[in-house]
Ligand binder design. Structure first.
Ligand code: NAI
Length: 697
């Protein structure tokens, strides 16, 4: 059952019932249409109420149907709304909790709308690179007023019904109903049952005093904000049509806009990211109903860079945290940094003073390991040294209560080995936060060999609570994100050997859409960190090839922003990266030792070598089962590595290029003797997909 039908007195009540949010897939649409026809044909029925069961009126279209024949199958959303609008008896939408997208468009097709005051109302299609395609851009401006409707359609953000009802002259809501919504809606339906003609939003006029000037100004503003995304401007044009054109012509323009946006790579990427985020929460062999452990008290060990950010992530979510250090000064510095960070947010108006006090009150700082005795989750963020980790985990094993979860924030060490330092490897998991941890969305959940399923279920749920995007990774060097980025960084190094400058590579990658190119990024993270990793690699994997230019840079002490110099100069401690003549000379000398004559390298080659390096490594990760699914890899890169959202992640991008073309490019790169030719053998999974004409995503 996706919608129920019942008659209360003289009012037919149609209740959408398609959990979780009454998405309007084909069967739901058909059930609503059936209900409307039944009510139409029943002489005892004088009016209809349309409402939603459970946690929503409706969250909108079923986006799994997008691009499939089901979305267009009759009754599609447009024809359902027309059916409702043409009903000869008044139809009242009774909306509550969530009324979004197609749900709001359906409500706008009803003759009357009543709402619970707290209802979240939105047309969020723009966030998927689309516009509301079932009349939303034509009816909302007529019902609510052009300017507030434009803001909602271009921004996509929810607004409470209470606030919308305050908009002067609005016709969106006829009544707000506190208390029993359905009873109130039925009563309202009875009072309007005989009123004719039936009011229709399509008959209202959307007006604006100086429409041309208004839209010209809005166009300039929206264009500036939505560089890489075509949808916001298209939304605007459609709203403009609601003012400039008759209703039916506006609907026609809206439909064309919807179809055009649907075919854009940007919308495809945004929809991919939307599904990827949801898919990432699922673990194949950990059912959704796996019991979870209760996490009320969190402990963080180590008050350094990462420890502080991790603490703040939990305080922000209202969890109490005990922070443990060995070093009293480090503890004081850590707590002071947390306080300063909150105070700075208060200063910028991003947090109120109460919020600051509330958060700090949840924090306990200690030098006594025994104070962690009651913690439900203990997260270690001490020095990246296996000996130090061993001491800490043995200590945590001795003091933590039975059933507590022990987590490590290690970025390179073996989580299975760390688990083996305890007598409870089933309770050990990796929680790899990214810096700054209170800001970055990504959390790699590293699943050890022995990690218990309820531990995984618990940390995945907790990640959601602290607003992180959690992606599960198996144990390997670098997990998903850093193992891939190492290949990307190696390519960046080879490009320097062959003739590029750091700024040329950075510019190409930033034009492609990365938040930061590889060299500016390395300067920010600290070149010494990757140097330490390379030194380890030279011993562990002597066959692996690296450009030595980064080592030469580090030998000069140019570790990046923190030393005022790296791949760029940072005069007077500023963050602005200035191209460095010293680095130019260093690269020239280095090329001379290699006997290389620099060549001109195009931006396309730069982008493809760096991005396809990510892609090939990702294919290995998928084949090894380190990553569960291709979309997880994309999620890691979108939420943790500044990969351009409108390209959907490295694997979505590879798909858009055609995997056969990707493989061909790799074969070309493999012929370059200055590159690591062995690396460019396409991973078997990639080769197979390309040969079969298939995609990753
Ligand atoms: P950090 O050097 O800033 O902080 C480490 C802190 O741990 C120091 O304050 C130290 O006094 C404290 N500590 C050492 N032994 C301790 C013990 N036995 N008990 C309590 N506290 C102890 O290091 P950072 O950068 O915060 O890194 C911590 C961990 O996070 C490392 O495993 C690192 O690999 C990982 N990580 C670091 C990232 C980064 O960008 N810095 C990103 C992701 C993970």
């Amino acid at each position: 059952m996706t919608a129920h039908y019942e008659v209360r007195g003289s009012v037919a009540v149609i209740t959408l019932d398609n959990p979780p949010v009454n998405g309007m897939g084909l069967t739901t649409r058909a059930a609503i249409a059936d209900g409307v026809e039944r009510a139409e044909g029943d002489p005892a029925v004088r009016a209809l109420v349309l409402t939603g069961a459970g946690k929503a009126f409706s969250g909108g279209a079923d986006i799994k149907e997008f691009g499939t024949p089901k979305a267009l199958a009759e009754p599609n959303l447009l024809s359902l709304i027309t059916l409702v609008e043409r009903c000869s008896k008044p139809v009242v939408a009774a909306v509550h909790t969530i009324c979004m997208g197609g749900g709001l468009e359906l409500a706008l097709g009803c003759h009357y709308r009543v709402a619970a005051p707290g209802t979240q109302v939105a047309l969020p299609e723009v966030k998927l690179g689309l516009l509301p395609g079932a009349g939303g851009t034509q009816r909302l401006p007529r019902a609510l007023g052009v300017e507030p409707a434009l803001n909602m359609i271009v921004g996509g953000e929810p607004v409470e019904a209470r606030r919308l009802a305050e908009v002067p002259g609005q016709r969106l809501f006829d009544r707000l109903i506190d208390g029993d919504l359905l009873a109130g809606a039925v009563e309202f339906a009875e009072t309007v049952a005989e009123r004719r003609p039936l009011p229709k939003v399509r008959d209202l006029v959307a007006t604006l005093p100086d429409a041309e000037a208004f839209f010209a100004a809005a166009r300039a503003r929206v264009a500036g904000m939505s560089q890489h995304f075509p949808a916001p401007l298209r939304c605007l044009e459609s709203v403009a049509a609601s003012v400039m054109l008759p209703f039916d012509d506006g609907i026609r323009q809206e439909r064309e806009g919807f179809a055009a946006l649907m075919a854009t790579p940007e919308s495809r990427a945004l929809r991919h990211a939307f599904f990827a985020e949801r898919a990432a929460t699922k673990i194949a062999d950990v059912p959704e109903d796996t019991p979870r452990r209760e996490i009320r008290r969190v402990a963080v060990v180590g008050a350094g860079t990462m420890g502080r950010g991790i603490v703040m992530s939990f305080l922000n979510a209202g969890l109490s945290v005990t922070l443990l250090e060995t070093d009293a000064q480090a503890l004081d510095r850590g707590v002071a940094a947390i306080r300063q960070s909150y105070e700075a947010q208060v200063g910028k108006g991003r947090l109120d003073a109460d919020g600051c006090v509330r958060r700090l009150a949840l924090l306990t700082a200690t030098l006594q390991p025994a104070d962690l005795r009651d913690a439900d989750l203990l997260i270690e963020a001490v020095f990246e040294d296996i000996g130090v980790k061993e001491a800490v985990f043995r200590q945590l094993d001795a003091i933590a209560r039975p059933g507590a979860i022990l987590a490590s924030n290690t970025s390179t060490l073996d989580v299975d080995r760390i688990a083996s330092f305890t007598r409870r490897p089933q309770d050990v998991v990796g929680l790899h936060f990214f810096s700054p941890a209170q800001v970055m969305k990504l959390l790699e959940v590293v699943r050890g060999r022995a990690t218990a399923k309820d531990v995984l279920a618990t940390v995945m749920a907790l990640a959601k609570k602290i607003r992180k995007t959690a992606v599960v990774s198996g144990v390997c060097d670098g997990f998903i994100g850093n193992r891939m980025i190492e290949q990307y960084a190696r390519q960046a190094g080879f490009l320097l050997d062959e003739g590029c400058s750091p700024q040329q590579v950075d510019r190409a990658m930033e034009t492609f859409g990365f938040a930061m190119g590889p060299f500016r990024m390395s300067d920010l993270a600290g070149n010494d960190i990757s140097w330490a990793i390379r030194k380890r690699r030279y011993i562990e994997k002597p066959q692996l090839k690296y450009s030595a230019s980064a080592d030469r840079l580090c030998e000069l002490g140019r570790f990046g922003q923190k030393t005022g110099a790296g791949w760029y100069d940072y005069p007077a401690g500023k963050r602005e990266a200035v191209p460095s003549p010293i680095v130019d000379e260093l690269l020239k000398a280095h090329r001379a030792t290699l006997g290389v004559l620099p060549r001109d390298i195009g931006d396309d080659e730069i982008v493809h070598r760096l991005v396809f390096a990510l892609v090939n490594e990702a294919a290995h990760l998928l084949e090894e089962g380190i990553a569960q699914r291709a979309s997880d890899v994309d999620m890691v890169y979108l939420s943790g590595y500044g990969f351009p959202l409108w390209r959907g992640g490295p694997l979505c991008y590879a798909d858009s290029q055609g995997l056969a073309n990707v493989v061909q490019a790799m074969q070309r790169f493999a012929r370059n003797p200055l590159d690591d030719t062995a690396f460019w053998t396409p991973a078997p999974l990639l080769a197979r997909l390309a040969a079969e004409g298939r995609r990753f995503t």
